[in-house]
Design a protein around this ligand. Structure first.
Ligand code: ARG
Length: 262
């Protein structure tokens, strides 16, 4: 079912957010959804979170700030995107106003990104201006080791609060608490994905709670470290189908070396 799954999950990714979200294909697994199951939060609680936007504050993906010039996001957010056409909003609870809107000098995504399997779904942006830390803007460190299955984690974003018939994104940052599921467990019989989960991925699960379309590229944080990048999922908050994230420890060396040269 690999092709089918990938097709459904990230259809709305990349350029689809013009402030509205289209209706997705019928999906036997998806039911109601609420960042599905999350609640309003503030940027001060998650000061590493950023919104990637096209003009007119059109949010299309999330990201995380890791140093004064660098944002980590998903590769699938950057395919076909030109640096000069996008902006990063930092330090704001609302995606459409406040904080700082900074231009992008350069972007790159992993040469090993595979859009069919979603392996190595990682990219970075270099900001056109230096961004210092404040109460609302903080750099997050990259995890070196995937936390154990069961470790509590938080995922945040301005993505859709449901999978079907969601016409607009929440303006206020949402957070949802989930639990880490390592790639082996995620691909085991406990869950329904099977062999499509690779070792460059990490999953996170909680019943009826998940990231969703528009959260991509955003942070999955555990133990105050960036452990995952929102990547894909079968619909959102589907029973026994965890959210799938790029495993940060697996792509850490790519991030670090690209960040030095870009
Ligand atoms: N690919 C989606 C995006 O571009 C993210 C999907 C995450 N889905 C999930 N069920 N966790 O926004």
């Amino acid at each position: 079912m690999r092709g089918f799954v990938i097709l459904l999950v990230c259809l709305a990714a990349g350029s689809a957010f013009a402030g509205t979200i289209g209706v997705s294909n019928a999906d036997p697994f998806a039911r109601e959804g609420r960042i599905v199951g999350g609640e309003d939060t503030t940027i001060r609680a998650h000061p590493y979170q950023v919104s990637l936007q096209k003009k007119n504050s059109n949010h299309f993906c999330g990201g995380s700030i890791i140093d004064a010039y660098t944002i980590v996001t998903a590769a699938h957010c950057l395919v076909g995107v030109k640096a000069e056409k996008i902006f990063v909003r930092l330090g704001s609870t609302l995606y459409n106003e406040g904080g700082r809107l900074v231009a992008v000098r350069a972007l790159a995504y992993s040469e090993n990104y595979n859009s069919k399997t979603m392996e190595n779904d990682v990219g970075i942006l270099k900001l056109a201006e230096k961004v210092e830390e404040t109460d609302d803007i903080r750099y997050i460190a990259l995890a070196e080791k995937t936390p154990e299955t069961g470790t509590p984690a938080v995922v945040t974003g301005w993505g859709s609060k449901c999978y079907f018939w969601c016409m607009s994104l929440p303006k206020t940052l949402q957070e949802v608490l989930v639990n880490i599921v390592d790639w082996k467990v995620c691909g085991s019989d406990t869950y329904k994905y099977g062999e499509i989960i690779y070792d460059t991925m990490v999953c996170a699960y909680e019943k009826k709670k998940d990231a969703c379309q528009g959260d991509s590229g955003g942070p999955l944080v555990a133990e105050n470290l960036l452990v995952g990048i929102v990547s894909w999922g079968y619909a959102c908050a589907s029973n026994l189908l965890p959210g799938v994230y790029t495993d940060v420890p697996s792509v850490r060396s790519w991030i670090n070396s690209k960040s030095e040269t870009l």
